[in-house]
Design a protein around this ligand. Sequence first.
Ligand code: FAD
Ligand code: NAI
Length: 468
Amino acid sequence: MSYDVVVIGTGPGGYVCAIKAAQLGLKTAVVEKLPTHGGTCVNVGCIPSKALLHATEMFAEAEHSLPELGVEVGKPKLNLKKMMEHRVKTVEQNTKGLDFLMKKNKIDIFRGSGSVAGKGKVSVKSEDGKVETVETKNIVIATGSAVAGIPGVEVKFDEKVVVSSTGALELSKVPEHLVVVGGGVIGLELGSVWARLGAKVTVVEYLDSILGGMDGEIAKQFQRMLAKQGFDFKLGAKVTDVSKAGKGAKVTFESAKGGNAETLEADVVLVATGRKPYTEGLGLEEVGIALDERGRVKTDSHFRTNVEGIYAIGDVIAGPMLAHKAEEEGVAVAEMLAGQAGHVNYDVIPGVVYTSPEVASVGKTEEELKKAGIEYSVGKFPFSANGRARAMLKTDGFVKILADKKTDRVLGVHILGFGAGEMIHEAAVLMEFGGSSEDLARTCHAHPTMSEAVKEAALATFSKPIHM
Ligand code: FAD
Ligand code: NAI
């Protein structure tokens, strides 16, 4: 049996690529080394973290917001075991869904570790050591990423005291003091989970701001909100050592500019300092597939590696390490292999941090526009002036829109607020169509909705908002 395409790895990049390829009539197989499909995202990433973020948000609401709404339920009691069951069940529902989709689309599944055995050949080594070779016209590498650790620091993860995101999803009790190394997305999302359940959370971050790369004004306000929730921040602080000490651990850091070392004691340390492309055991060197300076599989704008018939997508190649980016690339490659014109617009990839409030953005930040020398207009609108937000006690945050000064074309939208991760998509659609802030402002928005703040921010960009 020979395939049109064999995809190695069934994370969001790989499984979506396989489904799309099968839908387009290509004979498709996948190789996956884990017992379940869905990769990092479904098994230990997006999905379980959101299950815990939702559950803990409800826990915090029960304590802090419900009494203000006249709903008195008493002090909420944590049933961590039940909360973890919710996480596990959510993951299971998703992996079962993927099994169903694989079957429905008649995708053949090879269980085991895949490697590229040459042009048109994928070798699969199953757990019992058996090796089989699968023949195919095209190979798509979608092997994702793994925990990077701290550059230059040896970290021994035991996933109980010194944990990566995977261990932080499964703690058996709430730590008294959780030290998070890295104030990026994982650190703030999983830090929020445990802070809401009562942990004291200290974030040690190398940069001078959290969420590096995010619009600076948004990041600053967001940090203030997290501080109000009890987060402690050590910014401009470089972690130089993480080691176990007694029942807990010690984190040593110094000023990023140099200076005396300080130490923090913790019950649990979450190391969330980024992820690295996962190419181990793929046989890339043997086949001569080129990597870039950061160890990512090098591809051209058509996701082709330097070896004919071999493509790569998702976390293992350049670009933001996001599930939806990997999915878009999976679809694009499948379409190209089926003779269609696949394309990914990297200018319009939304990013969401699922904290409370959420942070969502699409397109350029103010800092990026300044750096590129592009003249822009800014429009902002706070949720404190939005009726629905007041009704729901969700008045924290604001919408910020950046548009080209001359043409009014929207170049970036940043939202800090409840439901930001849902609202951002009207901006994404607008930007896909090259729309202006006036287009957005003249689009009728239902009342009362949080989204009216987006419309008002758009009005503020080219004219004046009504409600402020
Ligand atoms: P992966 O999902 O990593 O999948 C790769 C697959 O390949 C895995 O199943 C692996 O077992 C398999 N594999 C690897 N090597 C081989 C081999 N040799 N043979 C066979 N199989 C192999 N992104 C978001 O967009 N939103 C979020 O909310 C979000 N939350 C996250 C939370 C956490 C805690 C983490 C860690 C990540 C999160 N991400 C989120 C990032 C997201 O998980 C990744 O961007 C996404 O999973 C990348 O998809 P991928 O298909 O490229 O790779
Ligand atoms: P990240 O790149 O977002 O953040 C890592 C942080 O660690 C950076 O701010 C960096 O400056 C800091 N750091 C590095 N070395 C340090 C040191 N020695 N001392 C102190 N700080 C140090 O990486 P993170 O949070 O691990 O996430 C990995 C990937 O997973 C991200 O690329 C993200 O896209 C993805 N992800 C996405 C989510 C989402 O979309 N909601 C949720 C979780 C993860």
